[in-house]
Design a protein around this ligand. Structure first.
Ligand code: GLP
Length: 249
C-alpha cells in the first residue's frame, strides 16, 4: 500500500488554494467527475476558491456532480445548520447535479441506503474530499465505526453535536441523529483528499496518520486506501512525529 501523501501548508489561504488545485485537477481529468464534498468549517475557503476560479472562467463544473457525504436527520431542508443549508450558502458552483440526503426523510435508514445505492449506480466517487472531526470521525462515521461500515443512520456523539451548536443556534437544536455514507462507501472512492486545520485537530490528525488502524479513530481507516492525500496546516500537523513532514512545495 503506498503511504498516504501529507502536504503541510502555512495557512488557511494556502490550504484552500492547494485543495482547490486538487479538486480542479480531478475535474480537468474527468469533466463529469463525481465529487464527494464535506461540510464543516474546514472546506469553506476551498469552496470560495473554487467559486472564484469558476467565475473567472478557469474551470467549469457544469458536467461534474457533487454528493454530500452526510446530513443530519430529524430536521428539514431549511433548518439552519443542516448540510443542505450549508451547501446552499457555501457551495456556489454551477454543478451538473448536487445530491444531498433529505434531512426531513421520514425513514432516514431507507433514505440513506437508497442514496448510497444511487451513488454506486452512478459509478461511485472519483474524488472524495473529507474533513476530520475532533474525535476522528469522517462524514458521520463516529468512533466505533468499522472499516466496512455501510451507509446508515448514526447517533451523534456529544462532541460532534457540540461542534454544531453555533450553526443550529443552540446545542438543544442540534439533531441527535445523522445519516452518513459508510466507511465502506468512502473507501470505494478512487481518490481521497483530507483537509484539516488548527491546533485542535493536531492530536487526532497524528492518530489518524501515524496510529494503528482502529474503529476508535475512524479516519485511521483511510490508511487502507491506496490514493489518499492530506492537506493540513502547520498547527494541525504539529503532533506528527514521523517523516510525514515533507518540505513544502
Ligand atoms: C462534521 C461533519 C464532517 C466534517 C467534520 C469536521 O460533523 N459531519 O463531515 O468533516 O465534522 O468539521 P469542521 O471542518 O467544522 O472541523
Amino acid at each position: 500500500m503506498p503511504p498516504m501523501r501529507i502536504e503541510i501548508v502555512p495557512d488557511d489561504a494556502t490550504l484552500a488554494s492547494r485543495a482547490a488545485d486538487a479538486i480542479c485537477e480531478a475535474v480537468r481529468q474527468k469533466p463529469d467527475a463525481a465529487l464527494g464534498l464535506p461540510t464543516g468549517h474546514t472546506p469553506i475557503l476551498t469552496y470560495r476558491e473554487l467559486q472564484l476560479r469558476q467565475d473567472a472562467g478557469e474551470i467549469s463544473f457544469a458536467r461534474a456532480t457533487a454528493w454530500a457525504i452526510d446530513e443530519f436527520a430529524d430536521a428539514t431542508r431549511t433548518t439552519p445548520g443542516t448540510n443542505t443549508v450549508f451547501y446552499r450558502e457555501h457551495l456556489r458552483l454551477n454543478l451538473g447535479a448536487l445530491h444531498v440526503p433529505n434531512p426531513g426523510a421520514a425513514g432516514p435508514t431507507e433514505h440513506i441506503r437508497a442514496f448510497a445505492d444511487a451513488l454506486r449506480r452512478a459509478g461511485g466517487l472519483d474524488l472524495c474530499v473529507l474533513g476530520i472531526g475532533r474525535n476522528g470521525h469522517v462524514a458521520f462515521n463516529e468512533p466505533g465505526s468499522p472499516v466496512d461500515a455501510p451507509a446508515r443512520v448514526v447517533n451523534l456523539k456529544a462532541v460532534s453535536r457540540a461542534a454544531h451548536a453555533a450553526t443550529f443556534g443552540s446545542l438543544g437544536r442540534v439533531p441527535h441523529r445523522g445519516m452518513t455514507l459508510g466507511m465502506a462507501d468512502i473507501l470505494e472512492a478512487r481518490k481521497i483528499l483530507v483537509l484539516a486545520h488548527g491546533a485542535h485537530k493536531a492530536t487526532v490528525v497524528a492518530a489518524a496518520i501515524e496510529g494503528p488502524q482502529t474503529a476508535d479513530i475512524p479516519a485511521s481507516w483511510l490508511q487502507v486506501h491506496d490514493d489518499v492525500t492530506w492537506i493540513i496546516d502547520d498547527a494541525a500537523a504539529s503532533a506528527l512525529t514521523r517523516n510525514a513532514k515533507q518540505p513544502r512545495g
